[in-house]
Design a protein around this ligand. Structure first.
Ligand code: WT7
Length: 633
């Protein structure tokens, strides 16, 4: 059984042990799983290449641990509890036995379609059970899944398919989102038209049943391929360090990179962190509202909960359909015990008024989770008082796509809690704060750049197809340390408070974006000469997107031009990257070496032009006044 910490004293003791003897500690945690062959060595690592190997030589399959391992003890317990978009449709249950059978059928269907160990399979799907089933089917046969959030555009999808040379796409016909049917298959077709030569097959899951075009020889219906397959499927034997999945995420430069996670360490850490952070108990109903297109969905809707034998809710809908009470209605109806969502959703629902949350019985809730961005104190208090009724602890979980699992967080009610503080590191996690010169900052009540100085089992291993990029991005800033890109404060009690990104990554409604990516999209417009994108504080989204744009000719109609820019961004990346504000400017403040002074642009965007610092050394100091006077409030 995975260790479950039950008091703060126990946490302190376990933490100490995990740092003094990491190998012993993680070997203990790993031993509760089913291994085909035990590892020869727990850990082998260096951060200079980097080269990190956990449970070296161990052989296993993660789906045997998510499914087969539970059949005897909890075969008839619900594994996935699916709540559809339409509140009038009943929830659908998959017991561990049923899920096992469905995953085996899907795995056999994938094999029948030529998918083998190591092949990459891309997903572009809504939050329906078939997504989880197909993801697990990949893992069962050793294929590498690459799930792309279905809000990304055809271009973004094509880029991701091509970066990983995926052999197959699994999609739906249409997605349900509130009252809308989104033509997902059509977007996949558009991606194919942009050139995705590696794709041999597209499997289409019939979701809404609206009409679509099927291309002969390439497109197949999911149900045709899966129905009639055997409900057993021999799992592929995987090495601990074989790839499990790729997940694309944005950085400060260039195109999104494919973060690679591997089988053994990811399994051990997601299960351990799930049980401890959420304090999941036998029989609980756990609900994470994330989309499986993000790491939160991978680790804490699918893998972590299933590894722990939990009942995990999958929600197809949106927080505001049919009304702003939807989350709380589902919590009431399904008697949810652990609820995990993002600050942006909390703020949006908070703005709708308390009556929505007061309408429902939320007494089943034992733990409330927050993830994806800093949670402001007002939202924290509302979440605690109105949703948790002051009875449920908030676990503010700090982590990243790259970390694979939660790194800093309270453990249910067993940790001290402070609004807007993630708190203490999980066992085995060794964070540190650095100054810009590479010195580690000792002691408390201090602020610095957040790094991690020792490997943990679920850390990224590489960025797909470009190991050097992984080294440069995460391991080159500080010797022997993983650099997170976040700034953080360690308060007088040693609790961490995440301040936010210190690089050119912004976090909009919990969606991570590179400002360079948005700029590249804007620059596709024929009239645009140059652009600069920054984040600014936004009441609901956390950060909004502010774009400064230089055009080659004067713009006749700024409204039309703005709309065109939004269209370009939607086409290149997706609607989530649309700037909230676009200011047409005649120049951008630059240093003498030609670097854009983003500091100034950020200040202007935030509405604070009082003290812009010394601008006299700029190449074009006169531009600052012009930008200030044209700033959008
Ligand atoms: C970035 C990672 C990890 C799942 C979702 C986001 C920010 C994440 C918190 C938190 C403050 C947070 C950081 C981080 N972030 N959780 N609890 N408090 N900031 O994953 O898309 O890889 O984004 O999200 O800035 O670096 P991601």
């Amino acid at each position: 059984m995975t260790l479950q910490i039950k008091s703060f004293d126990e946490y302190k003791e376990v933490y100490k042990r995990s740092v003094e003897d990491p190998e012993g500690f993680w070997a203990e945690q790993a031993s509760s799983f089913q291994w085909r062959k035990k590892w020869d060595k727990v850990l082998d690592w260096n951060f200079s290449e980097p080269n990190v190997n956990w449970f070296v030589g161990g052989k296993m399959n993660i789906t045997e641990n998510c499914l087969d391992r539970h059949l005897e003890e909890r075969g008839d317990q619900v594994a996935i509890l699916f709540e559809p978009n339409d509140p009038n449709e009943p929830a659908k249950e998959f017991t561990y036995k049923q899920l096992h059978a469905e995953v085996c059928k899907a795995a056999n269907a994938l094999r029948a379609n030529g998918i083998e160990k190591g092949d990459r399979v891309c997903f572009y799907m809504p939050m329906v059970p078939e997504l989880a089933i197909a993801v697990l089917a990949c893992a069962r046969i050793g294929a590498i899944h690459s799930v792309v959030f279905a809000g990304f555009s055809a271009q973004a999808l094509a880029d991701r398919i091509n970066d990983a040379s995926c052999k197959m796409v699994i999609c739906s016909d249409y997605n349900n989102r509130g009252t809308k049917h989104i033509p997902v298959k059509k977007i996949v077709d558009d991606a194919m038209a942009l050139g995705c030569d590696s794709i041999e097959t597209i499997l289409v899951h019939k979701n809404t049943g609206d009409s679509i075009e099927m291309v002969g020889g390439r497109d197949k219906w999911w149900h045709d391929e899966v129905e009639g397959q055997s409900t057993t499927c021999e799992a592929e034997e995987m090495d601990s360090e074989d790839m499990l999945f790729i997940l694309y995420t944005s950085g400060s430069t260039g195109k999104p990179k494919g973060v690679v996670h591997t089988c053994g360490g990811y399994m051990v850490y997601t299960a351990f962190s799930f049980k401890n952070v959420f304090q999941y108990e036998e029989g609980d109903i756990y609900w994470c509202t994330a989309d499986i297109g993000w790491i939160t969905g991978h680790s804490y809707i699918v893998y972590g909960p299933l590894l722990a034998g939990a009942t995990t809710v999958m929600f197809e809908g949106v927080p505001t359909y049919p009304d702003a009470g939807r989350f709380w209605q589902v919590c009431d109806k399904l008697k949810v015990n652990q609820f995990y969502t993002a600050p942006t959703a909390i703020r949006a629902l908070m703005a709708q008024g308390d009556e929505w949350v007061e309408k429902y019985d939320l007494s089943s809730i034992k733990v409330l989770g927050s993830v994806g961005e800093p949670i402001n104190e007002e939202a924290w208090e509302w979440y605690y008082d109105k949703v948790g009724k002051g009875n449920a602890p908030i676990v503010d979980t700090w982590w990243q796509t790259e970390t694979g699992g939660i790194m800093i967080s309270g453990l249910g009610s067993h940790s001290p809690m402070k609004p807007a503080h993630a708190g203490y590191p999980l066992p085995g996690i060794q964070p540190c704060l650095m100054d810009a010169d590479g010195n580690e900052l000792d002691g408390n009540d201090i602020e610095g750049l957040l790094c991690v100085k020792f490997p943990w089992p679920s850390m990224l291993r590489t960025t797909y197809g470009d190991h050097e990029r992984c080294r440069l991005t995460y391991f080159s800033h500080f010797e022997n340390k993983y650099f997170t890109g976040d700034g953080a404060r360690r308060d007088a009690d040693g609790m961490y408070r995440i301040i936010g990104r210190v690089d050119d990554v912004i976090n909009v409604s919990g969606h991570r974006m590179g400002t360079a990516e948005v700029e590249n999209a804007i620059n596709e417009h024929p009239l645009v000469v140059e652009s600069a994108v920054v984040g600014y504080p936004h009441d609901i989204k956390g950060q909004g997107i502010y774009a400064y744009v230089i055009t080659s000719d004067p713009v006749d109609d700024e409204d039309v031009f703005r709309k065109e820019l939004l269209k370009v961004v939607t086409k290149e990346i997706g609607p989530i990257a649309k700037p909230d504000k676009i200011q047409v400017v005649t120049g951008l403040p630059k240093t003498r070496s030609g670097k854009i002074m983003r500091r100034i642009l950020r200040k202007v965007a935030s509405g604070d032009t009082s003290n812009l610092g010394d601008t006299s050394t700029l190449l074009n100091p006169e531009i600052v006044e012009a930008i200030k006077s044209g700033a959008l409030g």
